[in-house]
Design a protein around this ligand. Sequence first.
Ligand SMILES: Cc1ncc(C[n+]2csc(CCOP(=O)(O)OP(=O)(O)O)c2C)c(N)n1
Ligand SMILES: [Mg+2]
Length: 293
Amino acid sequence: MPLTIPKEEYVNQGHTACAGCGAALAMRYVLKGMGPKTAVAIPASCWAIIPGEYPYTALKVPLLYTTFASTGAAISGLREGLNAQGKEDYNVLAFAGDGGTADIGLQALSAAMERGHDVLFVMYDNEAYMNTGIQRSSSTPYGAWTTTTPVGLKRNFKKEKKKYVSDLMIAQNVPYVATASIGYPEDLERKVAIAKSIKGPKFIQILSPCPPGWYYNTADTIKVSRLAVESKVFPLYEFKSGKFTLFKPSKTTSIADYLSLQGRFKHLNDEEIKSIEEAVEERWKLLLKKEQN
Ligand SMILES: Cc1ncc(C[n+]2csc(CCOP(=O)(O)OP(=O)(O)O)c2C)c(N)n1
Ligand SMILES: [Mg+2]
């Protein structure tokens, strides 16, 4: 596959992300694809901290911090304000965590998509509220330990299934919806390029592994990202002009391999792992059916 990753960098050195932060790579790749004429809105999250303290910023593009719930409204205003100034050539990007997208930001996101603004909303999905100390979100998967789903003697790990915001965006008929992975950067870059070329609302959900929140070695971020896709735990798909396409990895791996690399799943017994395997298989079949429709 030809190298399709732009050389330009828009995330400077000196940012404050943790070692091995998947979300830092996600931003780096997305901005490479979006280019210098991009205004970014970021709600409360790790990424509200990563660029550094005002008046400094590690991002080379304009940045607007928003309240947790209002990212969708903020990018709507940014877009229309730029258009009013004749700056239609600027891209407007939201970069929000799973808490800021699947939970508290969902209403404003849905509204922005419905109004049809020319914006890209990226959800960097580290599957918990990491910045405030690993609390569960609706995007945390079944089985995970978090500080609000502590395992302990009562085995209170997360019992509910992950909410897939990308599926919701398809149900809302957003013109371009994709899931992506930092373990497949060329595919991610291609999806960003498509999103950039479409006038209207776009949504991309990027799985962004988090070493301190998922309890794995900081050197394993790409390995964990790839295993998530190869085990079908985090399927990569695209929805464009009403057509759904599912990426079938050439190499597959067992779900147990993916889970065993991460301390957040270490308490799970064989039966619980089996129930995860069944749920993943069931979802995969549903996605295959979607592709045939
Ligand atoms: C209304 C409101 N409630 C709670 C907070 C505290 N808070 C700041 S960041 C954050 C976690 C955000 O989680 P997520 O969106 O998943 O991003 P991550 O931290 O994982 O990058 C929370 C709860 C806040 N800033 N505003
Ligand atoms: Mg998060």
